[in-house]
Design a protein around this ligand. Structure first.
Ligand SMILES: NC(=O)c1ccc[n+]([C@@H]2O[C@H](COP(=O)([O-])OP(=O)(O)OC[C@H]3O[C@@H](n4cnc5c(N)ncnc54)[C@H](O)[C@@H]3O)[C@@H](O)[C@H]2O)c1
Length: 438
């Protein structure tokens, strides 16, 4: 099949490479000439496990190519995915500017019948707007479908190649047949293709992210109760997760959810529900709780060390919003570090993959250390934002020797509080009692 993917970010690049891997001819198009030049030269603009070799292999085979010429990509393809960004507007709603612009370009460039699929996360009713934007530019037949993407950054290639399910919102049998055929190689192990109406598909994506965000905020809320009562949130988590109606996934308390999806999608869903008169009170609470939780490490640091941090060095381990990605969009680390800088602290940070991104965001306001232990040198405290594997089993003696004070604020519950006390650390974590040096 000849496929165009418009928008070559996390979703578009992964989707394009995976669709090429299953034998399609794919052109990935983007308006960003630097990104396309990098990709054409074999570079990858993001860190995503397995993506580099996938892109290289399919570039070499000629099944994958990159372009800034979007009209040419549209003419060369029978199926066109829109995977451009849908950032939050000022009022929290999804900004559809890029989606509609892509739709207009598609309409103006079509030279025959096309299937156009919105893969970007878009509010219910957007497919109709996409259709209108295309049809305003062309008399050719267009089939507009919704195919929301559920991949997780950090495991995006695996998720795309072996999705839990593929959701297809369609309004024609023809489009359903073509897309079922396109996705057949990805569901060989019995995972489902769910064909539904377009509105249901559009809502499914937001409902999935909102449910996951709700589980996180729920556990963060329970962790606040645990901290006040001497209970251990890990025990509570296991106690409820073993109920098969609840399950264990996404019950980890922490420093709040970040990333390019949950925060903006929860806010956008609230806006849509409010506009349509549906009750959004659960999601407003989820969103508020998350804002509160994202400031929790900063609050704990200020309570312990005081407002004036001008004489202090704080080490930060983990900057990305989660492990296995360099993505720092809406990362909790940004909230803590900005708060520390405002209070005059010197911040020295390490992340296995997000150093370049951190450099772009902080400039020289934060010292970035290639070595995690070097970042601890002379630190009055260590704050942990991301559960990268190398942080899970560090050399605690080396840590203690490097730090000015053995004080750890862990937003991811990586260590056992009792063991930390034995090792001589004052250890603050989430939903568990703070253990003083034993
Ligand atoms: N990142 C994720 O984990 C994830 C997962 C599922 C769904 N989504 C959704 O997928 C969509 C894309 O997300 P992303 O993280 O890949 O975004 P991104 O910001 O990484 O990439 C978007 C790309 O679109 C390009 N673009 C913008 N306007 C364009 C236009 N008119 N024509 C061509 N290219 C254009 C940008 O230059 C950019 O390269 C969003 O709606 C997002 O909510 C993201």
């Amino acid at each position: 099949m000849q496929i165009a993917v418009i928008g070559t970010g996390y979703v578009g690049l992964v989707a394009g490479a995976c669709l090429a891997e299953t034998g399609n001819d794919v052109v990935c198009a983007d308006i960003d000439p630097d990104k396309i030049a990098l990709l054409e030269g074999g570079g990858i603009p993001i860190y995503e496990p397995g993506l580099q070799s996938l892109v290289e292999r399919n570039l070499r085979s000629g099944r994958l190519r990159f372009t800034t010429d979007i009209p040419e990509a549209v003419r060369a393809s029978s199926v066109i995915f829109i995977a451009v960004g849908t950032p939050p507007d000022e009022d929290g709603s999804a900004d559809l500017r890029h989606v509609i612009e892509a739709a207009r370009t598609i309409g103006a460039s079509m030279d025959g019948e096309r299937i156009v699929i919105t893969k970007s996360t878009v509010p219910v009713g957007t497919a109709a707007k996409v259709r209108d934007a295309i049809e305003a530019e062309t008399d050719h037949t267009v089939h507009v479908c919704s195919n929301p993407e559920f991949l997780k950054e950090g495991a995006a290639v695996d998720d795309f190649m072996k999705p839990d399910r593929v959701v297809l919102g369609v309004d024609s049998e023809y489009a359903a047949d073509v897309l079922r055929d396109l996705y057949a190689p990805f569901v060989m192990q019995g995972n489902q293709i769910l064909i539904m109406d377009i509105a249901s598909a559009e809502i499914t994506k937001y409902a999935a992210n909102a449910m996951l965000a709700t589980r996180i905020s729920f556990m963060n809320s329970i962790s606040g109760l645990c901290e006040r009562t001497g209970a251990d949130v890990n025990m509570v988590r296991r106690g409820i997760g073993s109920d098969e109606r609840i399950g264990h996934a996404f019950l980890y308390p922490g420093v709040g959810y970040g990333g390019s999806c949950f925060p903006k999608d929860v806010k956008a869903l609230i806006r849509t529900m409010d506009e349509l008169g549906a009750d959004s009170s659960i999601l407003k609470a989820v969103d508020d709780l998350n804002d509160h939780q994202k400031r929790s490490l900063l609050r704990a640091l200020v309570t312990r060390l005081g407002e004036d941090m001008s004489e202090m060095t704080i080490a930060a381990w983990g900057l990305a919003f989660k492990p296995n990605t360099d993505d720092m969009r809406e990362a909790p680390s940004l909230v803590t570090i900005e708060g520390l800088l405002e209070r005059g602290a010197r911040v020295v940070a390490h992340d296995p993959e997000a150093m370049a991104e951190a450099g772009r965001r902080f400039g020289d306001r934060v010292e970035l250390c290639e070595d995690d232990y070097a970042a601890l040198e002379g630190a009055n405290a260590l704050v942990i934002h991301t559960e990268w594997n190398p942080y899970r089993r560090p050399d605690f003696d080396r840590m203690k020797a490097a730090m000015a004070e053995p004080l750890v604020f862990d937003g991811r519950n990586l260590y056992d509080p009792a063991r930390m006390a034995e090792r001589g650390f004052e250890y603050h974590s989430v939903g568990r009692v703070t253990v003083e040096v034993g």
